[in-house]
Design a binder for this molecule. Structure first.
Ligand code: ZN
Length: 424
């Protein structure tokens, strides 16, 4: 999440966006773009349309939101386990709900942030060693004859990766981290480090139909929404792009979708433009959020796990997700608006609903709506193997989804409660 946000900030910098610090006073102008970062793991960027304010009928926001985090394993505070034969394993615990077996027998590394002390100053540094450093070895089939009949690895016993087979003594991991941060081991005060799958992303298939990579959930959505946000805008709106941390662990952190980060940014934008509290309330009533998080594409071996009609396929275009229990925030109003925009842009839209006898997932749209309530829809890119350490999607869905979200950012939306909306 730290590197995802840092990469996004580089793109925003390149596009001329100005970083605003949450602790500073904000001075913003119509026609310009800005962004704010919280915890270095969530970012909200916004651009004030040249005619967005002042406007006779107030202003409004058009937002997309994705998440910066992905399921993985986090290194514990005491990071090493001394093992048999002089081995050292890393002591890790689950971050989110991953498919455990996909983490075995592949080169791994670490990435994240470390807090280092330099005299009277403590500062955060990102590290991501570009080396294979770890691996979680399987037990040989000869020693575990039942493995193909049902494999239930124990996270404390089986999933702590091998760091050294005897070459190093305890403390070697801390020394490595300090070296990567460019400081002495005693200067490292704390760290948020996560396991990283080292396998490179690839486009594959005879017809280049497939795109596989770690963390497609949800960095694929972060990518396409940022591309659309940077690519198109509407003069009369305030365009907003959010990429928020901690969706995989419930979003209820100081920087997650349930935090005050989004309303804090939106109210401060409103105030900096000279708006009063009522102007903010009026803006929310006329605003719309597109929550972007990947959807489950039809698995060719297991169609029985999907609804008969409300299911999506790879390379079929962006997916609108809907659930009666409102774990997805889509309703008839938001679906109508988004579908019409995509139809006008000649972009295909698919649909997803869970089987009626299956509890589905949820995402960040309904949670951010607790803090800043507005019309909202849940969309995503269709993918296979969600929460595997290496996920797969349709290569063509990248451009299709960018075009769909560009249509949203480019549109002249005039929402009037839930009665009517003019789109143009
Ligand atoms: Zn997700």
């Amino acid at each position: 999440m730290f590197h995802a946000v840092a990469a996004a900030c580089c793109r925003l910098d390149d596009a001329g966006f100005v970083r605003l610090r949450e602790g500073d006073a904000w001075h913003i102008e119509a026609g310009r773009g800005y962004y704010a970062v919280r915890n270095n793991s969530s970012v909200i960027a916004f651009r004030i349309g040249a005619k967005a304010y002042p406007a006779a009928d107030g202003f409004h926001f058009k937002l997309t939101a994705s998440h910066s985090d992905s399921p993985t394993f986090k290194v514990k505070a005491v990071p090493e386990i001394a093992g048999v034969g002089g081995s050292i394993r890393l002591n890790v615990e689950a971050y989110g709900g991953m498919i455990d077996y996909t983490w075995f027998d592949r080169p791994l590394s670490i990435a994240g942030r470390v807090l280092v002390r330099d005299g009277n100053r403590i500062e955060s540094r990102l590290i991501a060693p570009d080396r294979d450093l770890l691996l979680i070895p399987s037990v040989a089939v000869h020693l575990d004859r039942g493995v193909n009949g049902g494999f239930a690895p124990n996270r404390q016993i089986d999933l702590c990766p091998l760091f050294s087979a005897g070459e190093f003594d305890l403390g070697a991991f801390d020394a490595l981290v300090a070296d990567e941060a460019g400081v002495a081991p005693e200067q490292v005060l704390a760290r948020d480090l996560f396991l990283v799958n080292r396998q490179k992303p690839c486009v594959w298939g005879v017809a280049d139909e497939f795109l596989s990579a770690p963390k497609l959930d949800d960095l694929a959505c972060a990518y396409v929404s940022l591309a659309a946000f940077l690519g198109r805008e509407n003069d009369s709106a305030i365009s907003v792009w959010c990429c928020l941390d901690n969706e995989e662990v419930g979003s209820n952190t100081k920087q997650g979708a349930m935090s005050t980060f989004l309303p804090d940014v939106l109210t401060r934008v409103c105030a900096a433009l000279g708006g009063a509290d009522e102007d903010y309330r009026r803006a929310l009533a006329k605003s719309m959020l597109v929550s972007c998080d990947n959807a489950h594409a039809l698995h060719p071996s297991h169609p029985e796990k999907y609804d008969e009609g409300n299911r999506c396929v790879l390379n079929g275009g962006i997916v609108v997700k809907e659930a009666a229990n409102q774990h997805y925030c889509t309703d008839a109003f938001s679906r109508a608006v988004f579908s019409a925009l995509c139809a006008d842009a000649d972009v295909p839209v698919q649909t997803f609903a869970n089987r009626s006898d299956t509890a589905g997932g949820s995402t960040l749209g309904n949670l951010s709506n607790i803090q800043a309530s507005m019309h909202a829809i849940d969309v995503g890119l269709p993918q296979l193997a969600m929460h595997s350490s290496f996920e797969t999607m349709g290569a063509r869905d990248v451009l299709q989804s960018i075009r769909a979200l560009e249509a949203f950012y480019a549109a002249d939306l005039r929402i009037d409660g839930a009665d009517a909306v003019a789109i143009g």
